[in-house]
Ligand binder design. Structure first.
Ligand SMILES: *Cc1c(COP(=O)(O)O)cnc(C)c1O
Length: 398
């Protein structure tokens, strides 16, 4: 059909909420093809989702087998893949936790928000969240999202949220007191531009929550499941949250999310407190089990650390006037740009056969499949000077 023809069909019937660049037709490993037949190295993985890349045999096998057995159970009944997946997640978090499955990240945060309200009661009227934080687009998660331009057009919200500058311990101290029901944080700002919390920040949040009785909710929707070289980013900080939310990489491309209550918070929700028709869908759970099994059997956490480290070092050594720095951890990096827009760099990358993401006006996000190889990482490093040259030219011409 071709990219352009499909684009006009898209524009005619889809709400104009997105500005997608190209249609993707198929993928294999870390490569994807558009409808014109052009091939790209996928360095964004559908926003940190396709953890095992594309067409991975473990996922194809698990999903095909499950869909031919039974594709849906609803929560009037239950299914083994959901139980097995919950067991694995609880195990990865060190035991003593319970899981509620959702179909997306924002729904995981909605569940967490309701859980917080259920636990806290009326004398803790507000929650604390971070400026520049992102927690999703539905009304509860959006109320927690610290980017005013996407939040404010949709107010008023029923939730009372106090925003603090991300990474600032003193601001957190001022905001968290006996009236706070919870603190919602990402271990690193994802949509905010791949900005890890300063060392000690999560620990300080944990201590403030312990001192005041507020709950600590960590949103690991983007940072979790190996993205940073740990199963979960908070594990590197030695901090234990009360609730953790998951999605994105968990399903390896199938839609699934989870809200996990640790310790006593696994039992906060009672019968009928929450629900989802599709949550715990056996096909999505089978895919997630394949993701976890493959991360383990293929030693992908080690791959994330080595290839991520090599990519980061290689990018940092590029030495180009448009590249001010590189930040992030594991296979979750951002290029800090100077004198060039991220939109121009995203486009020049695409023209050169690389998919990356203009996550902020001055930052490019790189979040490839966790199976990325050293040769693939090196290929992008080698191409970057020319991509930046072209971006500078394009920025000057526009
Ligand atoms: C993507 C994301 C969400 C929202 O997930 P959806 O599946 O798009 O609803 C929430 N929190 C964080 C940190 C995310 O990166």
């Amino acid at each position: 059909m071709g990219n352009a023809a499909l684009r006009s069909r898209y524009d005619a019937v889809m709400m104009p909420t997105y500005a997608p660049s190209i249609p993707l037709v198929r993928g294999e490993g870390c490569r994807v093809w558009d409808d014109d037949g052009k091939v790209y190295l996928d360095l964004i993985a559908g926003i940190a989702v396709s953890a095992l890349g594309h067409n991975h045999p473990a996922i194809v096998e698990a999903v095909s087998a499950q869909v031919s057995r039974i594709a849906h159970s609803s929560n009037l009944f239950f299914n083994e893949p959901a139980v097995a997946l919950a067991e694995r997640i609880v195990g990865l978090l060190g035991g003593d936790a319970r899981v509620f499955f959702t179909n997306s990240g924002t729904e995981a945060n909605e569940a967490a928000f309701k859980l917080v309200r259920r636990h806290a009661g009326a004398d803790r009227p507000y929650v604390v969240a971070a400026e520049r934080g992102f927690h999703g687009r539905t009304m509860g998660a959006l109320a927690l999202t610290g980017k005013a331009s996407i939040r404010e057009p949709f107010g008023p919200f029923s939730a009372n949220v106090v925003f603090v500058p991300y990474g600032d311990v003193d601001a957190l101290k001022n905001a968290v007191n006996e009236g706070a029901a919870a603190v919602f944080l990402e271990p690193a700002l994802g949509e905010g531009g791949v900005i890890p919390a300063p060392t000690g920040y999560l620990k300080a949040a944990r201590e403030l929550c312990d001192a005041t009785g507020a709950m600590l909710v960590l949103d690991e929707i983007q940072s979790g499941f190996g993205r940073t070289g740990e199963w979960f980013m908070h594990q590197a900080e030695g901090v234990k949250p009360d609730v953790i939310t998951l999605a994105k990489g968990l399903g390896g491309g199938l839609p699934i999310g989870a809200c996990v209550g640790l310790g006593e918070y696994g039992s906060t929700f009672a019968r009928s407190d929450h629900g989802s028709t599709f949550g715990g869908n056996p096909v999505a759970c089978a895919a997630a089990l394949a993701v976890i099994d493959t991360i383990e059997s293929q030693n992908l956490l080690a791959n994330v650390a080595t290839v991520g480290g090599r990519l980061r070092d290689g990018l940092a050594d590029v030495g180009h006037p448009a590249l001010a720095g590189v930040r992030g951890r594991g296979l979750w990096l951002a290029l800090e740009l100077s004198g060039v827009t991220s939109a121009a760099v995203e486009r020049a990358s695409r023209d050169n056969g690389f998919l990356v993401n203009a996550v902020q006006p001055d930052a490019i996000r790189i979040a490839p499949p966790l199976i990325l190889g050293t040769a693939e990482a090196d290929r992008f490093v080698a191409a970057l000077p020319e991509i930046l040259d072209l971006s500078l030219q394009a920025s000057r011409e526009s």
